[in-house]
Design a binder for this molecule. Structure first.
Ligand SMILES: O=C(O)CCC(=O)C(=O)O
Length: 373
């Protein structure tokens, strides 16, 4: 299996400084409470900067995004040898540690609201932990996705006559960032998302995302690193333990884009996570599968990627895929800050119970018990 990343150059054209500043203003994930009116980039928060400096900083931030698009794992599928990872992309450095903290805090707020019954019923789902590893909390915005046949007999897919809460403002900001920073194409702007809150040992069993959602879609990782396993065939080895032809380490704040064979030929799963983890999966619904009462969000229309050319800095991503039998080695992107390190809990040796491919909890299996974060 090939190791190491492919370089990609970022390009910045010669648009006016004003245009660039406007573009970055649109993207600010900074807290309105603490950010000055003009703060447009991460480091500019709390500082007075000229438009030229802001544009320069914005461009510099974008240049720090690293992109790996050459994942490779050859497998024989229906008699043909193919790269089952074709179409996968890993973008790192998209959300800063401060932004990650803010997003996770916001997720905890959703969780609290969900527990208190303040979100629409099928927005928040906290399955009863009847087996270790089976309690992943999900919070759905934009549509109600049914993982398994539910108590009403609905098949897996979008339940068109169910309503959930609309995508909240901070998550919309994330979508704007993903499009503007060339992570998702403007032809595929997500209009739904699922927040996954994993406790230590929770997992997602092998699956291919439902075709009620178009490709590409993406998942953003927070709180602790974990592996995601891909393969045309994924084997269940034990409780929360799966094997496939390729394992990819998901760094904090990274965005994994799934498209092509990586979305449709290879299955994927997240084995038992070593520590509490949050992920947010953003997906665009197939137009013919929209919930009946779905209203498209004006904030998410006509988003465009920032046009940047020049300042070409090779973006080296020292990324490792691990072979099925080696111990997982993390993809190192940049040294973690002390704060990021502090956010991770220590791994333990407990193992969850065996999960099968059909083990997504139906969304109706929700409880509203209080649990510590
Ligand atoms: O948690 C992740 O990173 C993967 C999420 C996923 O596979 C899903 O939501 O279908």
């Amino acid at each position: 299996m090939r190791k190491g990343g492919k370089f990609e150059e970022h390009e910045m054209d010669h648009r006016s400084v004003g245009d660039l500043v406007e573009s970055f203003k649109l993207l600010s994930l900074s807290s309105p409470a603490v950010a000055p009116k003009d703060s447009v980039t991460r480091r500019s928060i709390g500082r007075e900067l000229s438009p030229a400096s802001l544009a320069e900083e914005g461009a510099a931030e974008l240049a720090h995004v690293r992109r790996k698009k050459d994942f490779k794992s050859l497998e024989r599928v229906k008699g043909r040898l193919i790269n089952v990872l074709e179409g996968l992309e890993l973008h790192t450095g998209v959300f800063s540690p401060a932004e990650q903290r803010r997003i996770v805090d916001c997720v905890y707020d959703f969780q609290e609201k969900g527990r208190r019954g303040l979100l629409r019923e099928r927005t928040y789902s906290e399955p009863r932990k009847w087996m270790k590893g089976k309690g992943r909390i999900t919070i759905q915005f934009g549509c109600c996705y049914n993982y398994a046949v539910d108590k009403n007999g609905n098949p897996p897919g979008i339940i068109r006559d169910e309503e959930v809460d609309p995508i909240p403002p901070l998550l919309k900001q994330m979508i704007k960032r993903l499009v503007a920073w060339h992570v998702l194409p403007p032809t595929c702007i997500p209009n739904s998302c699922i927040v996954n809150i994993y406790d230590k040992d929770d997992c997602i069993p092998p699956h291919i995302d439902h075709h009620d959602f178009v490709r590409p879609f993406c998942t953003v990782s927070f709180l602790s690193e974990c592996d995601i396993v891909f393969g045309a065939e994924l084997k269940i080895i034990g409780p929360g333990e799966f094997s496939g032809s390729a394992t990819i380490r998901l760094p904090l704040g990274s965005v994994l884009v799934l498209n092509g064979n990586g979305a449709d030929v290879a299955k994927h799963c997240v084995p038992a996570v070593p520590a509490k983890r949050v992920s947010i999966t953003f997906r665009k619904m197939d137009e013919t599968k929209l919930p009946f009462k779905f209203k498209s969000d004006a904030d998410l229309q006509n988003l465009l990627p920032i046009s940047l050319r020049a300042s070409s800095q090779p973006c080296i991503l020292p990324v490792k895929q691990t072979s099925p039998h080696s111990s997982p080695s993390p993809m190192v992107t940049r040294p973690q800050t002390a704060k990021e390190e502090n956010m991770q809990e220590s791994p333990t040796s407990q193992t969850p119970a065996l999960l099968s491919e059909d083990d997504f909890p139906p969304l109706s299996a929700s409880t509203r018990c209080r649990r510590s974060r």
